[in-house]
Design a protein around this ligand. Sequence first.
Ligand code: M6R
Length: 614
Amino acid sequence: MCGIVGYIGSRNAYPILIQGLHRLEYRGYDSAGVALINQSGDLNVYKSKGKVAALEHYAEEKDTTGTIGIAHTRWATHGEPSDINAHPHYSQSDNIAIVHNGTIENYAVIKQALIGHGYTFRSDTDTEVIVQLIEYIIAQNACSLYEAVLQATKEIVGAYAIAVIAKDNPDQIIAARRSSPLVIGIGNDFYCLASDATPIVEYTKKVVYLEDGEIAIINRNEPLKIMTEQNVESKINICKLRMSISELEKGGYPHFMLKEIFEQPKTLLDCLSGRVSIDGKNISISGIIDNKDKFLRAERVIIVACGTSWHAGLIGKHLIEDFCRIPVTVEYASEFRYSNPVITDRDILIAISQSGETADTLAALELAKSRGAFVFGICNVIGSSIPRATDSGCYIHVGPEIGVASTKAFTGQVTVLAMVALTVGQLRETVSNQTFEQVATDLRRIPSLIEEVLKLNDRIHDLSKIFTYAHNFLYLGRGYNYPAAMEGALKLKEISYIHAEGYPAAEMKHGPIALIDNEMPTVVIATADSIYDKTVSNIQQIKARGGRVIAIVTAGDQVASSIADYAIEIPEISECLSPLLTSVPLQLLAYYIAVNKGRDVDQPRNLAKSVTVE
Ligand code: M6R
């Protein structure tokens, strides 16, 4: 949520900052801005409502020179998207500029105090308060920019990643973080910083992840200095990025979302690689093996997540209960964090998050940890906040997911959950060798089976044209595929803006059936599972009321396909892994309907990929 970029070095900063903003646009795209200090020492700030392209257009004829700068792409929290509310914000004297990702909870109190000291405000944002406060502290104490930022971070309450530059200090960027991510790239003659590593990787692979409460003093041509909030110098821990630039490009696809759907055979191969043995007899998840005792004595598993990751968690519940015989609850992280949960040291909390930065999930895991639970993370973004806050975990390794609608991360999460459930089940001796080997072997088949499913692309594209103008959709599934139905509905609503609901198929007759008519399509997942016959009855109930049905069925299906209006066949697979296949046609259906409607598929309205605010 909001992306920040900074650069200081020998090159012109502007193109680097703009390219960085494009990479971070998935985090928010309602306005963008840049601040640069030129050779003459002028601090030029350009900002514009709309996407980064609008900013580029606005800045076309302006002075965009300067080898130091900061930039921002915004997802509005305080104040509507507008030129004025866009970042960077600058201080009363126009001497200091700031970009910020996060929210400041006590901004109103500080603002009032600053107004009392004669400060006036141009925007409605909480961010402007920080830069004014920094200027006020400097004026009162005649201190350095760093000292003022240090002092300001003690006074503000909330989440922030900030980067600050000052006109009278053109060789320095001060950056700080609390609860919002910040990565610093180290080059031979430059430093860059960003909300994640994607804007950095094309310039350097050497990065430092700032920890909560740390402040970086980034001086031109000097070694990087990182200070704690106690003003003590921190040890600098340099990490090497494994990401490649091609992972950040569309690679010939019209949208990142379509690229990411089609990448799934490869991403799941990467996810499984080195973990499931060829003979299907062993699965090696070091985060479990190294903490064997915790998993052996666990009495309960609590899964916390949001959105798509929460849907993966629901599938995880089935997997863990089936194979490990441990009771599992799946909680919305946003609800869990404000509840008063009963937690013991025999609880394992699994936090699932693609970005690893979701504020609610992070807060939920911290609550559970403080009450004694062992916390295990399932994340995608390496080095992000959630994996760093957990006791142990397992990356899904599906590569950067850029489309706001999560696709390959979902299948990666379910794949990891299946491996976790099998591993723990084997440890606890609650899964038979036969079942273990069957499911592990099927897991290894998943990448090639998804290749098969992707061959349905054209057929689903054709089908999408029939349903593009529906106003409502119902998605039904049962057991393992009820969460897949909910995920299908979420995909459709977030990118096409069509209202869609996912329901357990049998619940339909307790309410949603009232909505059925020939204008409301129902997507029913009716694969050959243990309750197939019941799902077929549900399809009949819809047809009896004039509804139109798209059924996702197992290859060779006779019954459901003959009753439904349209049938999409997926290959046969163990029931517990079937959501990995059923979710793919639903991703494609949502994608094509959104494209047919001319929607901005990768950056749908009002959404952002990384939800770092409450
Ligand atoms: O990064 P996370 O997995 O923690 O994100 C959670 C949700 O914000 C995310 O899944 C969201 O629902 C996606 N837009 C779904 O496509």
